[in-house]
Design a protein around this ligand. Structure first.
Ligand SMILES: [Zn+2]
Length: 441
């Protein structure tokens, strides 16, 4: 099924330049009162909200007490007080400090920061459902930047502890780009690296580098391996070139695949401003198109016309660079080239899920009908070819619903897909590949 509308915009929402309100608050709350002029209105509002939170928290804490005392005693930072309560394990006190500021009459950024704190309290208490609720709310309330990224970091941790691995990765990767505090950035990278290692997925170099030699023992119960994979020398950090495995490929030539190229269905060019380059493909996701009725009819009767309409819809209505899938298979079994493989697809739901992920859609709605024999045969052929050409393990072939809650690719296609994957796993090629892998370890 079509990915969600927001998947490209998602990155843009969180990757904006950071206005580090939270870090100002933590380090020196009073500095915000002498803010520089000429700030854009949003930043002025952020400052006002920040000051409001500081003042309100000061009152709530009773910091400084009466007027005379306030002159003598240095004012403790209220968020510092919150952090200190957390560090001393006084979670209930920390929680009651923040609760009044989560109420609807507060400005969004104040509520957002309060929710972020409440979420952290619940995370420490391992009240994961509550933590996720608060932190997700914080993520929505806070403006793009370091504070939202911080909410996403803790949200990612909560999802990881709750075993929602793909959702967690998406939050952590979004957080990583916008976090400015080096320690928090390293925490995000660490959780991403350990999770990808455990999944057996390739780890992008920037995360490996940012995680460095870090070890956070408080996260260790999240993964089944107690210790991280330590990258010892800097030489290991350089990205390894993708080397094909000629031995396996020569032994088992890819089955002949007839692919109808883009110029054979009359495609428009890719919109280069809206696509990302494809990283090394390491997984494949199968979808059905599940189109509205008039488009569904065209999909069955005239695949060329269908592809042109689909491309226009993706580019003009959704604002994407191209069709989201790399390959589409029509009812007659023909395989059509969608988005060129050199570009990351837009089919699985978000940037994390689309990374290194080849998207294949079978045209039709397989919650209603069964895929045709020709479609199944072509899918088998295409999967076999892609696994060999890109050296992808059959265990990395997913139905869309493996990766996120979805009824895609449909109840009639799911069992067929399971059977195809089983056959691929027992193929001569897969056995050879498994042998090679065990030798190289
Ligand atoms: Zn799908």
């Amino acid at each position: 099924m079509f990915g969600n509308l927001g998947q490209f915009r998602y990155g843009a929402l969180t990757a904006g330049s950071a206005q580090e309100v939270g870090e100002n608050l933590q380090n020196s709350p009073l500095k915000t009162q002498s803010g520089t002029p000429c700030l854009p209105p949003q930043r002025q509002r952020l400052q006002r909200d920040s000051i409001l939170l500081v003042l309100l928290l000061s009152i709530l804490c009773g910091c400084g007490g009466g007027g005379e005392k306030r002159v003598e005693a240095p004012t403790p930072t209220p968020l510092g007080e919150f952090e200190s309560l957390l560090a001393r394990g006084r979670i209930d006190q920390a929680r009651s400090l923040l609760e009044p500021f989560a109420s609807p009459e507060q400005p969004n950024s104040v509520r957002g920061l309060a929710r972020l704190g409440l979420g952290r309290c619940d995370l420490i208490d391992r009240r994961l459902e509550e933590a996720i609720r608060h932190l997700d709310k914080a993520r929505r309330l806070l403006p793009a930047g370091a504070d939202r990224a911080k909410a996403q970091l803790y949200l990612g941790e909560a999802y990881l502890r709750n075993k929602s691995v793909m959702t967690a990765l998406n939050q952590l990767e979004s957080a990583f780009g916008a976090l400015r505090n080096p320690e928090l950035k390293s925490r995000a990278a660490y959780m991403i690296v350990r999770t990808l290692d455990e999944l057996g997925d390739p780890v992008p170099t920037l995360y490996r580098e940012a995680a460095g030699q870090a070890y956070f023992s408080e996260y260790s119960e999240i993964w089944s391996q107690p210790q991280p994979v330590i990258v010892k020398s800097t030489a290991d950090l350089t990205p390894k070139p993708v080397t094909p495995k000629p031995k396996v490929q020569n032994l088992t030539p890819p089955p002949a695949l007839k692919l109808l190229k883009r110029n054979q269905w009359g495609s428009l060019p890719v919109r280069m401003s809206s696509v990302n380059p494809m990283s090394r493909p390491f997984r494949i996701t199968i979808h059905h198109t599940a189109d509205q009725s008039n488009l569904a009819d065209i999909g069955q009767s005239d695949p060329r016309e269908y592809l042109k309409i689909l491309q226009k819809y993706c580019q003009n209505t959704l604002g994407w660079g191209d069709i989201g899938y790399h390959y589409l298979i029509s009812k007659d079994g023909r395989v059509w080239e969608g988005r060129p493989m050199k570009f990351q697809g837009a089919h699985a739901g978000n940037n994390t899920l689309n990374r290194g992920n080849i998207g294949i859609a079978l045209i039709g709605n397989f919650n209603k009908v069964k895929p045709s024999t020709a479609q199944i045969r072509s899918l088998q052929n295409l999967l076999g070819t892609l696994c060999v050409v890109y050296d992808i393990s059959p265990s990395k072939i997913h139905g869309h619903s493996h990766l996120k809650p979805s009824d895609c690719p449909g109840k009639h296609l799911n069992p067929v897909l399971r059977e195809l994957v089983r056959k691929l796993k027992s193929s001569a090629w897969a056995k050879l590949k498994a042998q090679e892998n065990s030798k190289s370890r």
